[in-house]
Design a binder for this molecule. Structure first.
Ligand SMILES: Nc1ncnc2c1ncn2[C@@H]1O[C@H](COP(=O)(O)OP(=O)(O)OP(=O)(O)O)[C@@H](O)[C@H]1O
Ligand SMILES: [Mg+2]
Length: 258
Protein backbone atom coordinates (compact mmCIF):
# COMPACT_ATOMS: atom_id res chain seq x y z
CA UNK A 1 0.00 0.00 0.00
CA UNK A 2 1.24 3.46 -0.83
CA UNK A 3 1.83 5.94 1.94
CA UNK A 4 -1.16 8.03 2.80
CA UNK A 5 -3.68 5.82 1.06
CA UNK A 6 -6.69 4.61 2.96
CA UNK A 7 -6.77 0.88 3.53
CA UNK A 8 -10.44 0.40 2.70
CA UNK A 9 -11.79 -2.94 1.54
CA UNK A 10 -13.04 -2.81 -2.07
CA UNK A 11 -16.59 -3.39 -0.96
CA UNK A 12 -16.75 -0.30 1.27
CA UNK A 13 -18.54 2.40 -0.66
CA UNK A 14 -16.93 5.78 -0.02
CA UNK A 15 -19.55 8.47 0.44
CA UNK A 16 -17.84 10.85 -1.96
CA UNK A 17 -20.18 13.76 -1.40
CA UNK A 18 -19.46 13.70 2.31
CA UNK A 19 -15.75 13.36 1.69
CA UNK A 20 -15.74 16.29 -0.70
CA UNK A 21 -17.75 18.53 1.57
CA UNK A 22 -15.56 17.69 4.48
CA UNK A 23 -12.41 18.25 2.45
CA UNK A 24 -13.65 21.63 1.25
CA UNK A 25 -14.53 22.67 4.76
CA UNK A 26 -11.24 21.50 6.10
CA UNK A 27 -8.98 22.97 3.47
CA UNK A 28 -10.58 26.10 2.04
CA UNK A 29 -10.61 28.18 5.18
CA UNK A 30 -7.05 29.31 5.71
CA UNK A 31 -7.75 31.62 8.66
CA UNK A 32 -10.47 31.00 11.21
CA UNK A 33 -10.27 33.31 14.20
CA UNK A 34 -12.95 32.71 16.82
CA UNK A 35 -13.69 35.17 19.62
CA UNK A 36 -10.06 36.07 20.10
CA UNK A 37 -8.99 38.50 22.80
CA UNK A 38 -5.50 39.77 23.52
CA UNK A 39 -4.81 41.72 26.69
CA UNK A 40 -1.37 43.18 27.25
CA UNK A 41 -0.31 43.46 30.88
CA UNK A 42 1.86 46.41 31.78
CA UNK A 43 2.45 46.08 35.51
CA UNK A 44 -0.94 46.61 37.08
CA UNK A 45 -2.41 48.04 33.89
CA UNK A 46 -4.25 45.85 31.42
CA UNK A 47 -4.59 46.92 27.81
CA UNK A 48 -7.42 45.06 26.05
CA UNK A 49 -5.99 45.32 22.52
CA UNK A 50 -8.40 42.75 21.02
CA UNK A 51 -11.83 42.39 22.57
CA UNK A 52 -13.43 39.45 20.79
CA UNK A 53 -12.43 39.25 17.15
CA UNK A 54 -13.83 36.63 14.79
CA UNK A 55 -12.62 36.49 11.22
CA UNK A 56 -12.65 33.82 8.54
CA UNK A 57 -10.54 34.05 5.40
CA UNK A 58 -10.85 31.56 2.56
CA UNK A 59 -7.95 30.35 0.46
CA UNK A 60 -7.04 32.79 -2.30
CA UNK A 61 -8.64 35.85 -0.72
CA UNK A 62 -6.99 39.28 -0.74
CA UNK A 63 -8.00 41.18 2.39
CA UNK A 64 -7.14 44.65 3.71
CA UNK A 65 -7.44 45.47 7.40
CA UNK A 66 -7.96 49.15 8.17
CA UNK A 67 -8.63 51.19 11.29
CA UNK A 68 -7.31 54.01 13.44
CA UNK A 69 -3.94 53.85 15.16
CA UNK A 70 -4.23 51.67 18.26
CA UNK A 71 -7.33 49.81 17.05
CA UNK A 72 -5.54 46.44 17.28
CA UNK A 73 -4.50 45.75 13.67
CA UNK A 74 -0.90 44.77 14.42
CA UNK A 75 -1.97 42.79 17.47
CA UNK A 76 -4.30 40.79 15.24
CA UNK A 77 -1.65 40.39 12.51
CA UNK A 78 0.88 39.11 15.05
CA UNK A 79 -1.61 36.47 16.13
CA UNK A 80 -2.46 35.57 12.51
CA UNK A 81 1.28 35.29 11.84
CA UNK A 82 1.87 33.05 14.87
CA UNK A 83 4.21 35.63 16.38
CA UNK A 84 1.88 35.94 19.38
CA UNK A 85 -0.93 33.96 20.98
CA UNK A 86 -4.44 35.03 21.93
CA UNK A 87 -5.28 35.60 25.60
CA UNK A 88 -8.55 33.75 24.95
CA UNK A 89 -10.40 32.37 21.97
CA UNK A 90 -9.16 30.17 19.16
CA UNK A 91 -7.17 30.57 15.99
CA UNK A 92 -7.37 27.78 13.44
CA UNK A 93 -4.78 28.02 10.68
CA UNK A 94 -5.55 25.59 7.86
CA UNK A 95 -7.94 23.90 10.26
CA UNK A 96 -5.34 23.41 12.98
CA UNK A 97 -5.73 25.12 16.35
CA UNK A 98 -2.56 27.13 16.81
CA UNK A 99 -3.77 29.05 19.90
CA UNK A 100 -2.43 26.37 22.21
CA UNK A 101 0.90 25.69 20.52
CA UNK A 102 4.20 26.36 22.26
CA UNK A 103 6.88 28.67 20.88
CA UNK A 104 8.75 25.97 18.97
CA UNK A 105 5.60 24.66 17.36
CA UNK A 106 4.62 28.21 16.36
CA UNK A 107 8.05 28.80 14.84
CA UNK A 108 7.61 25.66 12.78
CA UNK A 109 4.19 26.77 11.53
CA UNK A 110 5.58 30.20 10.67
CA UNK A 111 8.46 28.90 8.62
CA UNK A 112 6.34 26.43 6.67
CA UNK A 113 3.15 28.33 6.04
CA UNK A 114 3.51 32.07 6.54
CA UNK A 115 5.40 34.87 4.88
CA UNK A 116 5.41 38.00 7.03
CA UNK A 117 6.22 41.48 5.67
CA UNK A 118 6.70 44.29 8.18
CA UNK A 119 6.40 48.05 7.79
CA UNK A 120 9.99 48.49 8.93
CA UNK A 121 11.35 45.80 6.58
CA UNK A 122 13.31 44.06 9.42
CA UNK A 123 16.36 43.36 7.24
CA UNK A 124 19.73 42.58 8.76
CA UNK A 125 21.92 45.60 7.99
CA UNK A 126 25.25 43.82 7.55
CA UNK A 127 23.98 41.27 5.07
CA UNK A 128 23.51 41.58 1.33
CA UNK A 129 20.04 41.36 -0.22
CA UNK A 130 20.88 37.81 -1.26
CA UNK A 131 21.92 36.75 2.26
CA UNK A 132 18.86 38.40 3.81
CA UNK A 133 16.57 36.50 1.46
CA UNK A 134 18.36 33.21 2.18
CA UNK A 135 17.86 33.56 5.95
CA UNK A 136 14.55 31.67 6.29
CA UNK A 137 16.15 28.70 4.52
CA UNK A 138 18.60 28.31 7.39
CA UNK A 139 15.66 26.99 9.41
CA UNK A 140 14.46 24.85 6.55
CA UNK A 141 15.17 21.28 7.53
CA UNK A 142 13.52 19.82 4.45
CA UNK A 143 15.89 17.14 3.17
CA UNK A 144 16.90 18.05 -0.32
CA UNK A 145 19.92 15.73 -0.45
CA UNK A 146 21.63 18.01 -2.89
CA UNK A 147 18.74 17.86 -5.35
CA UNK A 148 16.94 20.90 -6.68
CA UNK A 149 18.17 24.50 -6.68
CA UNK A 150 20.59 25.62 -3.97
CA UNK A 151 19.57 28.14 -1.34
CA UNK A 152 21.48 30.83 -3.20
CA UNK A 153 19.78 30.03 -6.49
CA UNK A 154 16.38 30.16 -4.80
CA UNK A 155 17.22 33.52 -3.21
CA UNK A 156 18.40 34.93 -6.53
CA UNK A 157 15.20 33.76 -8.20
CA UNK A 158 13.07 35.35 -5.46
CA UNK A 159 14.91 38.66 -5.86
CA UNK A 160 14.51 38.51 -9.63
CA UNK A 161 10.78 38.02 -9.14
CA UNK A 162 10.55 41.32 -7.27
CA UNK A 163 12.71 43.09 -9.87
CA UNK A 164 15.95 43.17 -7.89
CA UNK A 165 18.09 40.85 -9.97
CA UNK A 166 20.62 43.67 -10.32
CA UNK A 167 20.87 44.39 -6.59
CA UNK A 168 21.79 41.01 -5.15
CA UNK A 169 24.92 42.16 -3.35
CA UNK A 170 23.68 45.49 -2.04
CA UNK A 171 23.21 45.88 1.69
CA UNK A 172 19.98 47.42 2.97
CA UNK A 173 21.54 50.89 3.38
CA UNK A 174 22.58 50.73 -0.27
CA UNK A 175 18.97 50.28 -1.36
CA UNK A 176 15.97 52.63 -1.56
CA UNK A 177 13.06 52.11 0.85
CA UNK A 178 10.96 50.49 -1.87
CA UNK A 179 13.83 48.19 -2.81
CA UNK A 180 14.35 47.24 0.85
CA UNK A 181 10.68 46.36 1.11
CA UNK A 182 10.97 44.25 -2.03
CA UNK A 183 13.90 42.39 -0.43
CA UNK A 184 11.68 41.81 2.60
CA UNK A 185 8.95 40.46 0.31
CA UNK A 186 11.42 38.20 -1.48
CA UNK A 187 12.47 36.89 1.94
CA UNK A 188 8.82 36.28 2.84
CA UNK A 189 8.30 34.41 -0.44
CA UNK A 190 11.33 32.22 -0.57
CA UNK A 191 9.49 29.29 0.99
CA UNK A 192 6.45 29.91 -1.23
CA UNK A 193 4.15 30.26 1.80
CA UNK A 194 0.44 29.77 1.12
CA UNK A 195 -0.36 32.70 3.43
CA UNK A 196 1.25 36.13 3.08
CA UNK A 197 0.71 38.68 5.86
CA UNK A 198 1.86 42.27 5.45
CA UNK A 199 1.58 44.88 8.21
CA UNK A 200 1.61 48.29 6.50
CA UNK A 201 4.02 47.14 3.80
CA UNK A 202 3.74 50.50 2.05
CA UNK A 203 3.64 52.68 5.17
CA UNK A 204 7.22 53.90 4.80
CA UNK A 205 7.15 54.30 1.04
CA UNK A 206 6.21 57.01 -1.44
CA UNK A 207 3.17 56.32 -3.58
CA UNK A 208 5.09 55.00 -6.59
CA UNK A 209 7.07 52.48 -4.52
CA UNK A 210 3.84 51.61 -2.71
CA UNK A 211 2.13 50.83 -6.01
CA UNK A 212 5.02 48.55 -6.98
CA UNK A 213 4.69 46.63 -3.72
CA UNK A 214 0.94 46.30 -4.27
CA UNK A 215 1.55 45.03 -7.82
CA UNK A 216 3.80 42.30 -6.38
CA UNK A 217 1.26 41.35 -3.70
CA UNK A 218 -1.55 41.31 -6.30
CA UNK A 219 0.48 39.04 -8.55
CA UNK A 220 1.13 36.66 -5.65
CA UNK A 221 -2.57 36.62 -4.92
CA UNK A 222 -3.31 35.89 -8.61
CA UNK A 223 -0.90 32.98 -8.36
CA UNK A 224 -2.92 31.54 -5.48
CA UNK A 225 -1.49 32.96 -2.26
CA UNK A 226 -3.90 34.18 0.38
CA UNK A 227 -2.88 37.76 1.23
CA UNK A 228 -3.88 39.81 4.29
CA UNK A 229 -2.47 43.29 4.63
CA UNK A 230 -2.86 46.20 7.00
CA UNK A 231 -2.99 49.69 5.56
CA UNK A 232 -4.06 53.22 6.46
CA UNK A 233 -4.36 54.23 2.83
CA UNK A 234 -7.70 53.81 0.99
CA UNK A 235 -5.93 53.72 -2.41
CA UNK A 236 -3.83 50.79 -1.19
CA UNK A 237 -6.88 49.00 0.23
CA UNK A 238 -8.55 49.52 -3.18
CA UNK A 239 -6.22 46.85 -4.63
CA UNK A 240 -7.87 44.21 -2.47
CA UNK A 241 -11.27 42.53 -2.76
CA UNK A 242 -12.33 42.71 0.85
CA UNK A 243 -11.86 45.41 3.49
CA UNK A 244 -12.17 44.78 7.22
CA UNK A 245 -12.38 47.80 9.54
CA UNK A 246 -11.30 47.65 13.17
CA UNK A 247 -12.13 49.97 16.03
CA UNK A 248 -11.09 49.61 19.67
CA UNK A 249 -10.07 45.97 19.34
CA UNK A 250 -13.15 44.89 17.43
CA UNK A 251 -14.11 44.34 13.81
CA UNK A 252 -16.77 46.93 13.00
CA UNK A 253 -17.24 46.28 9.28
CA UNK A 254 -16.27 43.67 6.73
CA UNK A 255 -17.09 44.47 3.11
CA UNK A 256 -16.43 42.90 -0.27
CA UNK A 257 -15.58 45.56 -2.84
CA UNK A 258 -17.06 45.45 -6.32
N1 LIG B 1 3.49 45.12 23.60
C1 LIG B 1 2.49 45.87 24.05
N2 LIG B 1 2.31 46.09 25.37
C2 LIG B 1 1.29 46.83 25.82
N3 LIG B 1 0.36 47.41 25.04
C3 LIG B 1 0.48 47.24 23.71
C4 LIG B 1 1.55 46.47 23.14
N4 LIG B 1 1.40 46.47 21.80
C5 LIG B 1 0.30 47.20 21.54
N5 LIG B 1 -0.26 47.67 22.68
C6 LIG B 1 -1.49 48.46 22.79
O1 LIG B 1 -2.54 47.72 22.19
C7 LIG B 1 -3.38 48.55 21.40
C8 LIG B 1 -3.40 48.04 19.97
O2 LIG B 1 -2.12 48.20 19.41
P1 LIG B 1 -1.77 47.77 17.91
O3 LIG B 1 -0.30 47.88 17.75
O4 LIG B 1 -2.40 46.48 17.63
O5 LIG B 1 -2.54 48.91 17.09
P2 LIG B 1 -2.56 49.20 15.52
O6 LIG B 1 -3.99 49.20 15.09
O7 LIG B 1 -1.61 48.31 14.81
O8 LIG B 1 -2.03 50.71 15.46
P3 LIG B 1 -1.09 51.45 14.36
O9 LIG B 1 -2.00 51.79 13.22
O10 LIG B 1 -0.62 52.65 15.09
O11 LIG B 1 0.01 50.52 13.98
C9 LIG B 1 -2.84 49.95 21.55
O12 LIG B 1 -3.60 50.61 22.51
C10 LIG B 1 -1.41 49.75 22.01
O13 LIG B 1 -1.00 50.82 22.81
MG1 LIG C 1 0.20 48.61 13.75
Amino acid sequence: MQDGMLDLPESTPIPTTLLTEHALEATDRVIDVQAVTRTYKLGAVEVPALQGVSLAVERGEFVAIMGASGSGKSTLMNILGCLDRPTSGHYYLDGEDVSQMNKDQLAGVRSRRIGFVFQSFNLLPRMSALKNVMLPLAYDHGQRNGHGPSHEERAREALERVGLGERLHHRPNELSGGQQQRVAIARALIQAPPLVLADEPTGNLDSKAGEEIMAILSRLNDEGATVVLVTHEPNIAAHTRRVVHMHDGRIVSDEVQS
